[in-house]
Design a protein around this ligand. Structure first.
Ligand code: 13P
Length: 285
């Protein structure tokens, strides 16, 4: 049905107490798997392109691919640029047709983070796109962004409020104890911090580092106010494991690539279906 911006795809999350999954993709079949899962469950969905995916495909080809797939289904689909550390890239993505961009200046000083975010928000408003930013610093490894444990900083409610008041950003990623990538030990989520931030801020809140978080913790995050939940690493592994596995199963004489890549579509759809049910975004359109 619709190719929408982030504000639109998250519109009913607080009123109806659910979160929309933002799933990172790396190819064509995984976008299909993600969107097909959402369409079958009548769930809104966000597909996220990282900076490395952008340099691999190019902004315009990503927009063409996702718009084309979105037009074939009856659910709202939002295309999001994930963790852009560049203001310029955010502007280029908006111009190319992304419905949402994340300007990630969270490793910079607060004033610079605010300045970059204000610039991207002003630009996005002209084109009807939405903007996510980050305050505090989610730890772990996300492609080119590596944040070691000592540098990971939990978001303080007061800082989050100050940041929102200055930027009027549409969605804010807050650090409450999750980390990007696989966990070395169980994540410890600070739910009371989340409650305090939620009470102070009118914008949507975003949980990064969804891989390895338990279903119970996800459900509590949704209950306490998260509107967007990012999952990347888990799907990357499903993608590569599917190819590896299928290569072993088909004959070496097989030359139809679809016999191998079809498993990506099937397995990504399964993984995303599980997440949608945990985030309670099924039957929300
Ligand atoms: P994971 O890779 O830990 O799932 O995190 C994804 C993410 O937060 C993308 O921004």
């Amino acid at each position: 049905m619709s190719y929408v911006n982030l504000k639109e795809v998250l519109r009913n999350t607080r009123k109806e107490n659910f979160a929309v999954g933002a799933f990172n993709f790396n190819g064509y079949e995984d976008v299909q798997g993600i969107v097909n899962a959402a369409a079958k469950l009548r769930s809104p969905v966000i597909v996220s392109a990282s900076m490395s995916v952008v340099s691999y495909f190019g902004l315009k080809q990503i927009v063409g691919m996702v718009k084309g797939i979105a037009e074939s289904v009856e659910i709202p689909v939002c295309l999001h640029l994930d963790h852009s550390t560049s203001v310029e890239l955010c502007k280029e993505a908006i111009l190319a047709g992304f419905g949402s961009v994340m300007i990630d200046s969270s490793s910079k000083k607060m004033e610079e983070n605010i300045k970059d975010t204000i610039e991207v928000v002003a630009y996005a408003r002209k084109y009807g796109s939405s903007v996510e930013a980050e305050i505090g610093h989610v730890g772990g490894v996300e492609e080119n962004i590596v944040v070691c444990e000592e540098d990971a900083l939990l978001t303080t409610p007061q800082e989050a409020k100050e940041f929102y008041d200055a930027t009027k950003v549409d969605a804010l990623a807050v650090a409450i104890g999750t980390a990007h990538g696989f966990y070395k030990k169980e994540p410890k989520i600070d739910f009371s911090r989340l409650e305090k931030i939620r009470a102070l801020l009118p914008c949507h809140l975003v949980l990064h580092g969804g891989t390895g978080v338990s279903d119970e913790d996800f459900k509590l995050c949704v209950e306490k106010g998260m509107s967007k939940i990012n999952v990347g690493t888990e799907l990357k592994k499903v993608y590569t494991d599917s190819i590896r596995q299928q290569c072993k199963l088909v004959s070496e004489k097989e030359i139809d690539p679809k016999k191998i890549t079809k498993e990506v579509k099937v397995n990504i759809e399964k993984a995303v279906t599980n997440k949608i049910l945990v985030f309670s975004s099924n039957d929300k359109i």
